[in-house]
Design a protein around this ligand. Structure first.
Ligand SMILES: *Cc1c(COP(=O)(O)O)cnc(C)c1O
Length: 389
């Protein structure tokens, strides 16, 4: 098909030219004397993305899921109990992975479209006077529904009853895109992946680890080898890792960190908010609603657009790709067919987003939905015009 693909899946995200070119390098000697000159500052700067001075950042050659597994196995022992909530595909997968690794999970079932139930979490924690709960796991940004949870609120719930459980956050579709403050929120394990906010190909699991989490590792007895924090942490400190580092991706990560820090994290967050708000204005103008049930839950990195009864969301995604070379996200499991998703994170601006909004609008027209041409695009234009930076 002529023309380029318009990529609006909620990860992997669009790659800036500068990041792509940074990975176009000859093979490097990763044991060279000069390796630390590259590696050590990279890990220092990564902390600025996670917003941690006190913690460490560890990078594994894996997708984000490897980062989860590392977070769990490095801090827990088989039979330990964790508390979490299930409100989408990714929060559910955390539960599955914990159980597969021998961790006991107490899960709170929440309707999809809502986020972490802070009050219920607070109640469970307060009732756990014996401190049997060793960890609280929260999916910060549920990519399946487009819902952002209140991590600070969960921290406050832990603090309110002086609960010592570790706080685990899946920040795979939030870190590097929307507000994330590891130290201020007292996050112990913050898991990110290279292909979302970091605008890289898939292949790096990037984890912020607090000193408390490292301490927990001293007694945590889950089997681990490849994903061992202790073995890996020297890479950040000395520049040399325990096995061959993915140098190409790390060169890309260097460029990604530079791109993010040059824009400034606050500006990155604000840009994502403005762009997301324009998308939401379009959804309202289409007469549709977001999967996120209230504005407080709405994610600035991905919007789940609910489709009317009788329309298959999956068909919209399929036609967008086939007819217009536009990639949108589909609905997963519980919401399969009920929505389509527009990913709006990473290297994006207003004009790029017009292709997603205009393309989605065109497909919905093609499918016979009652949508006035330009209605959604017009609403986004008006919002972005009025809120120009
Ligand atoms: C993408 C995503 C994952 C899965 O990460 P992989 O890199 O595919 O392993 C997990 N959680 C969230 C919230 C995600 O968006």
């Amino acid at each position: 098909m002529a023309g380029r693909n318009s990529l609006f899946i909620p990860g992997p995200t669009n790659m800036p030219e500068r990041i792509r070119l940074a990975m176009d390098i000859n093979t490097e000697d990763h044991r060279a004397m000069s390796a630390p000159d590259f590696m050590v500052p990279l890990f220092e700067d990564l902390k600025k993305i996670f917003r941690t001075d006190k913690g460490e950042v560890i990078v594994f050659p894996s997708s984000g899921t490897g980062g989860w597994e590392a977070a769990i196995t490095n801090t827990l022992s088989p039979g330990d109990k964790v508390l979490t909530a299930r409100f989408g595909q990714f929060s559910s997968l955390w539960i599955d992975s914990c159980r597969a690794l021998g961790i006991e999970v107490e899960d709170i079932d929440v309707p999809w479209g809502e986020g972490a139930p802070v009050e219920q979490i607070a109640e469970r924690l307060a009732a756990d006077t014996q401190h049997e709960i060793k960890g609280v796991i929260v999916c910060h940004n549920e990519t399946a529904t487009g819902v952002t949870s209140d991590i600070k609120g969960v921290r406050e719930a832990l603090d309110a009853c002086n609960h010592p459980a570790l706080l685990y956050v899946d920040g795979i579709s939030s870190i590097g895109a929307i507000e994330f403050d590891m130290d201020a929120w007292g996050v112990d394990l913050a898991v990110a992946g290279s292909q979302k906010g970091f605008m890289l190909p898939t292949g790096l699991g990037i984890i912020g680890v607090s000193q408390k989490a490292l301490q927990a590792g001293e007694t945590a007895s889950c089997p681990r080898f490849y994903f061992d924090f202790k073995m890996m942490i020297n890479q950040a400190r000395t520049g040399f890792g325990p096995y061959t580092p993915a140098m190409g991706l790390l060169r890309g990560l260097r460029a990604s960190v530079d791109v993010l820090l040059e824009e400034g994290m606050e500006n990155v967050w604000q840009r994502h908010h403005r762009l997301a708000e324009g998308v939401r204005q379009a959804v309202v103008a289409w007469g549709l609603s977001t999967c996120a049930k209230t504005p407080a839950w709405q994610s600035d990195t991905v919007t789940g657009v609910m489709v009317p009864e009788g329309i298959d969301g999956q068909e919209i995604v399929k036609r967008a790709y086939q007819d217009y070379n536009l990639s949108l996200g589909g609905g997963l499991t519980q919401v399969a067919g009920k929505l389509f998703r527009i990913g709006h994170l990473g290297d994006l601006n207003e004009c790029m987003l017009f292709s997603a909004l205009g393309g989605a609008e065109m497909v919905m027209r093609d499918m016979g939905m009652d949508i006035e041409p330009g209605k959604g695009v017009g609403a986004a234009i008006e919002y972005w015009h009025k809120n120009k930076v």
